[in-house]
Structures are given as structure tokens and as C-alpha cells.
Design a protein around this ligand. Structure first.
Ligand SMILES: [Zn+2]
Ligand SMILES: [Zn+2]
Length: 268
């Protein structure tokens, strides 16, 4: 039975922690040319009360490969990736779920759910839902399959109130929505819309990877400004704002969240 710390150790070498700061989107932590919101967030309906990405996921780099591969058909590599990504979520949520709740203006989340797969048939075996409902200690007792994909032909890149529907009525419960990747945010915002239409209270999302292309605008320079290794004791919501890559300004520490040492053990 490997520990969460053992399973996540290698991820600390390549995960890139988002921080607030000038030129960082206040919704999704995408890099902007000085704007408060990135283009995608400025042009998408906002239904989430807060979102925290665990890491940037850079196209064709290690985290992106893991997030693209864990959903494939079974095999030893896939099994290992699911355990590792479960451990990443576990370790992060132990330390920073409270930071996300604070950002969403609630004391905690009564329910946890995942964003359904775009394909209704594939959603029946969606591995992320299994990870959240069975493997991940901080989520398994609160998980409920609250959403399903409708037959609406809404494009994956565009917000739609019809894309998802809730499987039952909610009565103001705060919901933590988990997804693997954030690209434009349209999928997560559409999922939040369906939850709120069903009566949910605050809805906040945590995603493993905020997808980026290194070649886009200043992204390469901005990503190179994030020095490793990944700091599990800080998240995008509790870390001091990161100064521009060229500056060496220092910021005082904010209060430390609970330990993120990863001593918990995954039951595989
Ligand atoms: Zn954004
Ligand atoms: Zn935090």
C-alpha cells in the first residue's frame, strides 16, 4: 500500500503551482497581458464561485501526458497513473480544500461530484468518478453522482445551460466539483450552472491541470518564472502573490494550511 507522499513524489518535480498576481486571470490563473480575466473567462458565463487549479498542465509535457493517458483502457501504466493522480488530489485537498471553501465564501463542501465525460456512454466508466468515489480519502464519503450529460449537442468549448442536468434536486448544499483539466472553463461553468439550477448553494471547482500552451504569448517566460519543486504547503488561494519573473520582491507568508506531508495510504 503506497503512501500518498510516495505516489506524488515524482509529480513534485514537474508540477507548476499557479499563484495570484499581476497578469494572472482571477478566475482560472491563466496568464494574461495585464487583464484581470483571461479571454476565455471574460467571454464565458461565470457560475462557479471559485476555482483552484492544482498545477499548470503544459501541452505535451509530463502532467499533460498523465492527464491524457489515465482515461485510456486498462493496463498497468493506466492503473499506476490513476493511483498517482488520486494521490495528487488527496494530498492537495487535505491541505487546501479549506482555502477553496474560503474563496467560495463557505465553511466547507457537503457534497463532492465530478464533471461527467462529454460522451454519455463513456461516462458510465469515467475513471475520475471512480477515483473520487472510491480511492481518494477526503472525497469518497461525500461523493455523489449529481450530474449527467444531456443529449444537447453544445460544443465542448462553449458554455451551455443545457449541456448537463442534475440527477436530483438540491437544497442549498455547497458542492465541490472535481475535474482533471481546465481549458476554457466552459465545461466546468456549464456543470456549475446545472447544479445551481437544481438548487445547489456555492459551487467551487478543483482541477488537476490548468491547460496551457508554452508557445502562446508570454507563457514560456511566465512558466519559467515558477521555480520548483512544487510546494504542497501552498495553493493558488493561499500562496503570496508571485512577483513578476524579473523582480526579486519578497512577500510575507500567509497563515500555513494543515500539513501536506502525504502520510495517508492509498487502498489500491
Ligand atoms: Zn481565465
Ligand atoms: Zn491553500
Amino acid at each position: 500500500m503506497p503512501s500518498v507522499g510516495e505516489l506524488t513524489a515524482v509529480y513534485g518535480n514537474f508540477m507548476l503551482g499557479p499563484h495570484e498576481g499581476a497578469g494572472v486571470c482571477s478566475v482560472c490563473f491563466n496568464f494574461t497581458d495585464g487583464y484581470e480575466r483571461c479571454y476565455a473567462c471574460a467571454h464565458c458565463e461565470q457560475r462557479l464561485d471559485a476555482m483552484t487549479p492544482i498545477s499548470y498542465s503544459v501541452a505535451r509535457e509530463q502532467l499533460h501526458h498523465a492527464l491524457a493517458s489515465y482515461k485510456r483502457l486498462d493496463g498497468d501504466v493506466v492503473h499506476r497513473l490513476r493511483a498517482e493522480l488520486s494521490a495528487v488530489l488527496w494530498r492537495f485537498l487535505v491541505a487546501h480544500e479549506a482555502c477553496l471553501a474560503r474563496a467560495a465564501g463557505v465553511s466547507g463542501f457537503a457534497l463532492v461530484t465530478t464533471v461527467p465525460s462529454g460522451d454519455r456512454a463513456r461516462d458510465e466508466i469515467h475513471p475520475l468518478r471512480r477515483m473520487v468515489s472510491e480511492l481518494i480519502g477526503p472525497t469518497r464519503d461525500r461523493h455523489e453522482r449529481l450530474l449527467e450529460r444531456t443529449t444537447s449537442d453544445a460544443s465542448p468549448r462553449h458554455f451551455s445551460e443545457q449541456k448537463f442536468t442534475a440527477r436530483r434536486a438540491l437544497s442549498s448544499e455547497a458542492v465541490l466539483l472535481i475535474d482533471d483539466t481546465w481549458t476554457t472553463g466552459a465545461t466546468a461553468q456549464s456543470a456549475a450552472s446545472a447544479l445551481k439550477s437544481a438548487g445547489a448553494g456555492a459551487v467551487a471547482a478543483v482541477v488537476i491541470g490548468r491547460h496551457l500552451n508554452r508557445e502562446w504569448h508570454e507563457n514560456d517566460r511566465r512558466l519559467r518564472g515558477i521555480t520548483g519543486p512544487y510546494d504542497w504547503s501552498r495553493c493558488a488561494r493561499c500562496a503570496p502573490a508571485r512577483p513578476p519573473a524579473s523582480s526579486s520582491g519578497t512577500h510575507g507568508p500567509r497563515s500555513r494550511p494543515p500539513e501536506a506531508s502525504g502520510a495517508h495510504r492509498l487502498l489500491l
